[in-house]
Write a protein that binds this ligand. Structure first.
Ligand code: NAP
Length: 281
């Protein structure tokens, strides 16, 4: 039987996910279709009723529903519950089950694309919003040695560091953006992650770090932004001799994990990657 999966969010704008998933379904000869649905925040409970009634096989969840959908689902997997955010839902015979593949997609990309295992590493994360929360939780789960968080909204970084401290057995601190403390943390760090939107198209000349902050050559700089693929931060990092990685790998790999949750099949990563790149162009 023809199965429908999709994406709910508001506003949706251009999304790469339909192209990526539909190419993967075609590649494996699966009778599935991925459709974007724009759902206003006030309509979320009604939209879920509709999606259930239509027997949708599953769906992705994006801004602004990732957190508000949690109490509306029948079951939420442990790490998604800990993060307080869901980006993938499976409809298992009428039961809506919530997952979070963002953080796991990031860890897969770190290992596969940046060839870096976070276990035992010292890491700095900029941005304590939804993506920063997912990434920091999974870095803690993956066994990083030390985590330092910075957000322009200091309260958010403080709250996230307290939550990481309470769930995981590691030291998690927060520092002020562009401060001497941040510079000291970066001097000792193995990995820097940008989980802020600073540098994203169209504001490609911006960086989350001020020019006085210096990066050392042994640092890996991972930018969650994938448009443009070379952000100002990544260009600066490259000029300092640091290794760099853009967020397209995370986008593709979180999609691949969702694909497997819905279909039970291994995702054709190369096909998804190619479709994502084409859709971005
Ligand atoms: P968000 O909820 O807006 O969180 C970003 C946080 O960073 C906000 O608290 C923001 O504060 C803060 N911030 C802004 N400038 C900063 C700076 N210079 N230093 C430190 N913190 C700063 O956004 P999000 O949903 O977490 O997404 C963040 C980025 O990740 C976006 O670019 C998004 O596209 C990307 N992302 C990529 C993937 C992927 O698959 N590659 C997946 C998810 C997200 P203010 O709100 O006060 O500005």
């Amino acid at each position: 039987m023809h199965k429908v999966v999709g994406l709910i969010g508001y506003p949706l704008g251009h999304s790469i996910s339909p192209a990526m998933h539909n190419a993967a379904f075609k590649q494996l000869g699966l009778d599935y279709e991925y459709v974007p649905f724009e759902v206003e925040p006030k309509d979320l409970p009604e939209a879920l009723k509709g999606l259930r009634a239509l027997h949708i096989a599953g769906f992705n969840v994006t801004i602004p529903h990732k957190e508000s959908i949690v109490p509306l689902l029948d079951e939420v997997l442990k790490l998604a519950r800990v993060m307080g955010a869901v980006n993938t839902v499976l409809n298992q015979e009428g039961k809506l089950i919530g997952y979070n593949t963002d953080g796991a997609g990031f860890i897969d990309s770190l290992k596969e694309d940046a060839k870096t295992n976070p276990h035992g590493k010292k890491t700095v994360v900029l941005g304590a919003g939804g993506a920063g929360r997912a990434v920091s939780t999974m870095l803690a789960e993956a066994g990083v040695k030390h985590l330092v968080l910075a957000d322009v909204q200091e309260e958010k970084a403080k709250e996230l560091s307290e939550y990481i401290d309470s769930y995981f057995d590691l030291t998690c601190d927060f520092v002020c953006v562009n401060s001497e403390e941040l510079q000291r943390a970066l001097d000792q760090a193995d990995i820097l992650v940008n989980a802020t939107p600073i540098g994203m198209h169209p504001k490609i000349d911006e960086s989350p770090l001020s020019e006085k902050i210096k990066l050392h050559p042994k640092l890996l700089v991972y930018d969650l932004i994938y448009n443009p693929s070379q952000t100002k931060l990544l260009k600066t990092a490259k000029a300092s001799g640091s290794k760099t990685c853009s967020g397209l790998g995370m986008l593709v790999r979180q999609g691949a994990l969702a694909f497997t949750i819905w279909t039970g099949k291994e995702a054709p990563i190369n096909t998804m990657w190619k479709a994502a790149e084409e859709s971005l162009r």
